[in-house]
Design a protein around this ligand. Sequence first.
Ligand code: GAR
Length: 196
Amino acid sequence: MTRKRVAILISGRGSNMSALIEATRAPDYPAEIVGVLSNRAAAPGLATAASHGIATASLAQSKFPTRDMFEDVMTQTLESWDVDIVCLAGFMRILGADFVNNWAGRMINIHPSLLPLYKGLHTHERALADGATTHGCTVHFVTPGLDEGAAILQAEVPVLPSDTPDTLADRVLGQEHRIYPQALRLLASGQITSLV
Ligand code: GAR
């Protein structure tokens, strides 16, 4: 079995990144994590990745005159790792259309809502404010429209009357860690492909 070479893009904690790294330890897992790139040098996930012997890079968009230049260097970094698939895992920058289109069908994201509900930020607060009784997370292909690409897997959780944004986020995060490795397995094994 040839394993697909995967890079993970993060901005912070990296718990989804850790779930993906853990999944790739299974001998039959069809992907390996070859690099982790952060747009924040202080992202705790970078040290976690390094502790697993994974190549890391940090690139601050503010150091580049334009977003295109920042994304060109990201592409060069990913190419230097010979990446097949990119996983966004808490990467909190909106990516430009050229970068996204370059990775069409090969870049996926985890989002903390049942898309198409609650695109963008503060999903747990918004679900609670709406009085939603269910909430959840989605792994989807990345397309130029924010959080708009086709869903690969979703997981639903109940919203409890006692929930705060933090307790709801924790419940959703547990499901994120379960479905992200499953979705990457589907893509890396060729069991699912994007039509766009
Ligand atoms: C996760 O809940 C992820 O779904 C969310 O950020 C968190 C990152 O946590 N992503 C987004 O909101 C993307 N719009 P992690 O760094 O521990 O994986």
